[in-house]
Write a protein that binds this ligand. Structure first.
Ligand SMILES: O=C(O)CCC(=O)C(=O)O
Ligand SMILES: [Fe+2]
Length: 672
């Protein structure tokens, strides 16, 4: 029953008029289509990475530099880019650290090291094969289950001072043993209101989403990930930082409203369960994991060495993560049961992908189900992992919350507040022909497109020596990354691995090289299927040797990085004759979570009822097609001048309107 992926133009039209289940059908059938541009992207990448282009003496190509492309433009460009979800400038940097040298996720390198060391030591102790586990498949009659666990307060003591009535602490869990979770019996009435007040723990809620919300969220995840590259390294995960201000473009106004509503509800739930008065949103990540058989040809290792099943502690990797929430959009199903529908379109099952908290003596393993919410404190008491997805597609929304207003998630909108790695990666992506929505498959960079339209070969330099040398010397590779995509927040792994100290080569020679392509997915698949089988027969272990790739090295200064790219950009423009289209760079962007300020004034905790009325009201908002996207401030709104399917010629010649099909979710034929 799989639908065919329509042509890009038809898809855009479908998206504005289809019902949500049709929408999911289309989106899912198109989700692996980015490889259609593979050749083009590979060529551009090679061109950009070939160091022999620089100063190669080809007259007229790089012979002179234009001077009208100052740093302002580049910063404007950088401003369009999203950043990964990292602490903001106001995150309490110590010791006079500036954004220039900000390379850690914690307030100082010292804290970062301490956090990583604690995580590493814990993973060492808790990993290994054959750990017993208890599998939780159902909530109780109360629709939820609650476990207390003794806080490990080492991470909560780092950085900013603990916030009373929020930062998890010993609380009433004083009698608990280390690393041993105890389920709360909800028949005992005293525990039903703020069962975990002050302490650490975990809560499972079922029925958190209505059917309509669940469908819309799957559609939203798929829609936001269109044209994205896929993280592939022994498994394929696509992540989208939906909390970034720039992500609003992908989400659309409906999507933003839906996500806001979900975050608000999750926050209320955490406040109630943990008995806290105030928390702030610290990040939001959509995640889609495919079984290996679905891995498309354009997958690449964009977060070097990152495996989505690595054991980790959320707060060890992001100082701001005091509370974590995972909201599952579809359900696990054991293949062996013979009842699974892995290719279901709107309600697809998956196998593998079980979630586990790893306690001292055993794992507490949860089966993800659609509408199931897990919340837990972010510290070392909640070290966790998931198993590899062996069948189907798994969708989850991760949300993180902080007790510190200073650490709340604020989109970094300027180059100054991006880390170098992020800046480099994003800029490389832009240069490689990704439009300002980051959709490679739909609209390559107009300058690159020209070569395609005119059927001219891309100017790829013949000499590949540079690429080879780079590989040999271990110079990192930088794949394109789209706006909103993030590097892993699970680990302190920089998106770009530590760079070699620059030698006497020119800056341009340090430009990134194309990432190596992975093959051998098949082999991995069989391997991991075997492992998954083991998992289901009593062992959810996956990593016999835990992988530590936490790095702090990032030794190119920000200014150096900026200069290198500025130069590259100039060369690029020189070559293609056009500047990068910056026209929407200054879009006024408002914060996604403006409601949090409202939050701060309210100190009361109300018993949350996710009533059917609330869900129904929310469903009503969602009645409109998902993709009728509205510009944030109306400034760049295009007045539709055509009809679905109008051609460029009709539009311009017959209607006298303007045509621009390089942007999506806006009319291509429009009057300005
Ligand atoms: O996908 C999951 O169930 C867990 C993801 C997770 O632990 C994380 O993103 O921090
Ligand atoms: Fe996590």
């Amino acid at each position: 029953q799989r639908t065919e992926c329509p042509a890009p133009h038809d898809l855009e039209i479908e998206l504005t008029r289809s019902s949500v289940d049709t929408l999911i059908r289309f989106l899912r059938s198109c989700s692996r289509m980015a490889h259609s541009q593979e050749k083009l992207i590979a060529d551009v990448r090679t061109m950009l990475s070939d160091t022999t282009l620089v100063g190669s003496g080809e007259p007229g190509t790089f012979g002179h530099e234009r001077t009208d492309h100052g740093s302002t433009d580049l910063r404007g460009l950088a401003g369009q880019l999203s950043h990964a979800d990292r602490p903001t400038e106001s995150s309490g940097l110590r010791g006079g650290a500036s954004t220039k040298t900000l390379t850690t996720w914690h307030a100082s390198e010292e804290d970062q090291r301490a956090a990583q060391a604690a995580q590493r030591e814990l993973i060492d102790r808790r990993s290994g094969m054959g750990r017993p586990f208890k599998l939780i498949t159902a909530a109780t009659d109360f629709g939820r289950r609650i476990w207390k666990v003794r806080c490990d307060d080492r991470l909560y003591r780092l950085g900013l001072a603990p916030v009373v009535q929020c930062t998890p602490s010993g609380g009433p869990s004083g009698s608990l043993e280390d690393g041993k979770a105890v389920e709360i019996d909800q028949n005992g009435s005293s525990s039903t209101f703020h069962p975990l007040r002050g302490g650490c723990g975990r809560v499972l809620h079922d029925g958190f989403l209505s059917q309509s919300e669940q469908l819309h969220l799957i559609a939203l995840v798929e829609d936001s990930m269109r044209g994205m590259y896929h993280q592939v390294y022994e498994g394929a995960q696509t992540s989208f930082a939906a909390g970034a201000a720039s992500a609003k473009k992908q989400l659309g106004s409906m999507g933003v409203a839906l996500v806001d509503e979900i975050i608000r509800r999750v926050m209320d739930t955490i406040k109630r369960d943990f008995g806290i008065s105030q928390i702030f949103s610290a990040g939001l990540l959509f995640s889609r994991i495919w079984e290996d058989a679905l891995i498309p040809a354009d997958g690449m290792d964009a977060q070097p060495g990152h495996r989505y099943w690595n054991t980790h502690v959320d707060k060890a990797n992001r100082a701001s993560y005091d509370y974590s929430a995972l909201l599952y959009l579809n359900s696990h199903c054991r293949e062996a049961s013979g009842t699974c529908i892995f290719d279901g379109i709107t309600q697809p099952h998956f196998d593998g992908g079980l979630f586990s908290w790893m306690d001292a003596a055993s794992d507490l393993t949860v089966e993800p189900r659609k509408g199931r919410l897990l919340t837990f404190t972010g510290g070392l008491e909640n070290v966790h992992r998931i198993t590899k997805v062996t069948r189907g597609t798994r969708y989850v929304i991760g949300m993180w919350f902080t007790c510190h207003e200073e650490l709340r998630y604020v989109d970094a909108l300027s180059a100054e507040t991006q880390t170098k790695s992020e800046f480099l990666t994003d800029t490389a992506r832009i240069l490689q022909g990704v439009d300002d929505n980051g959709r490679v498959s739909i609209a390559p960079h107009p300058q690159v497109q020209r070569f395609v339209e005119e059927d001219r070969p891309l100017p790829v330099a013949p000499n590949r020596k540079g690429t080879q040398r780079s590989k040999k010397e271990g110079v990192p590779t930088i794949p394109p990354r789209r706006k909103g995509a993030t590097r892993s927040h699970q680990e302190g792994v920089p998106a770009v691995p530590p760079r070699q100290k620059r030698q006497t080569r020119s800056q341009q020679e340090d430009l990134p090289t194309a990432p190596p392509r992975r093959n051998g997915a098949l082999e991995t698949q069989q391997n991991l299927k075997g492992e998954a089988e083991i998992a289901l027969s009593g062992d959810v272990s996956q990593n016999s040797s835990p992988d530590y790739s936490y790095g702090l090295n990032d030794d190119l200064s920000f200014e150096e990085a900026l200069n290198a790219y500025q130069t590259a950009l100039r060369k690029y423009d020189e070559m293609y004759g056009l500047g990068v289209d910056n026209s929407e760079a200054d879009l006024a962007v408002t914060q996604l979570h403006a409601e949090s300020s409202r939050e701060s004034s309210s100190n009361s905790i109300e018993l949350l009822q996710i009533s059917d009325e609330v869900k129904a009201a929310n469903d009503n908002i969602l009645k409109q097609p998902l993709s009728q996207k509205v510009n944030y401030d109306g400034k760049f709104e295009r007045k539709d001048c055509g009809y679905p399917g109008i051609t460029a010629k009709e539009c311009v010649k017959e209607r006298g309107c303007r045509w621009d099909d390089t942007k999506i979710n806006v009319p291509w034929c429009f009057a300005s």
